[in-house]
Design a protein around this ligand. Sequence first.
Ligand code: KG4
Ligand code: ZN
Length: 338
Amino acid sequence: MPIVLAIESSCDETAVAVLSANEARSKVLASEISSQISLHAPHGGVVPEIASRSHSHVIRPLVEHALLSAGISTKEIDVVAATAGPGLASSLLVGHTVAKAMAAALGKPFVAVNHLEGHLLSPFLQEEEIPPHIALIISGGHTMLLHVAGAGQYRKIGSTRDDAAGEAFDKVAKMLSLPYPGGPHVERMAQGGNPKAFSFPRGLLHESHFDFSFSGLKTSVLYTLPKLDDVEKALPDLCASFQEAVIDVLLQKSLRAVKEFGANHLAISGGVSMNGTLRQAFQVACDKRKVKFSVSAPAFCTDNAAMIAFAAWVRYRAGHSDALDAPVHPNLPLLANL
Ligand code: KG4
Ligand code: ZN
């Protein structure tokens, strides 16, 4: 069975995965992630120079470690893949260059992967095929609704007009003095809170299109803070109410897209899809409507290389590979041809 080695280094995680690819069912043999969160946390966000230095530092041992834990030698690799964009140029360059060098040294094909396609396909990692469905990508940099007819057949039907869903979590967490990245901290804090305590706005919810806006919600949280006697005490209620506002818009718009496009399958992906309350809300709503719901295992929601290996395999089996002088594309849109 073909072995795919993939590298992801678009932002602040260095990741390497080994996939045993198969027409029927692929298997992740190793998925290693070296997180840089502790390096960036003191700065409240990702510092590009720190990110690229750290990628360069850890990439080689991480490749060796991934091969070792997969029980695969370099000679057994059939395809080498890397994220080509979107992302930070200096970070993308590290993984992309190492992958191309490995492909050249091993005399194997190189496949460049769009990070967003990696997220988009991640709910179907280790499944047989990409079914027709409505897809919601919710990450730190993107919020996008798509109609997916099959592998490589994507039509964007909506996206955010300002902040991405994950970005809204991160910015609100910063306002509340919660650590970076904010999403998991807001979720944890929300667990003890009342989601009805504050009525925050649901941006563009009742518009007929499928675009999103989270800046009004963010501003509303900001303007609420000075009115509170004790922000610390109100944190659980603030987080729960903010989180519910985000989930509400994402869910209602996705369900409307499912209905309008006559779909019977909804899939969500990206870092925010790790949120347990959100997963539960989507599952319950889909069950109620007899719509199939897919989301990847939590380990494959946030940035990882297994999703890049899988997207590379889907591209490769469709006949795509890339030149060894292919550049990175920091602003790569999902629907662009690589
Ligand atoms: O997909 P991802 O790892 O990176 C990008 O491609 O952007 O997503 C990272 C985003 C961050 O904004 C982070 O706060 C958010 O995903 N996130 C969460 C949770 N875990 C990660 N948001 C809400 N709840 C979570 N549990
Ligand atoms: Zn991502």
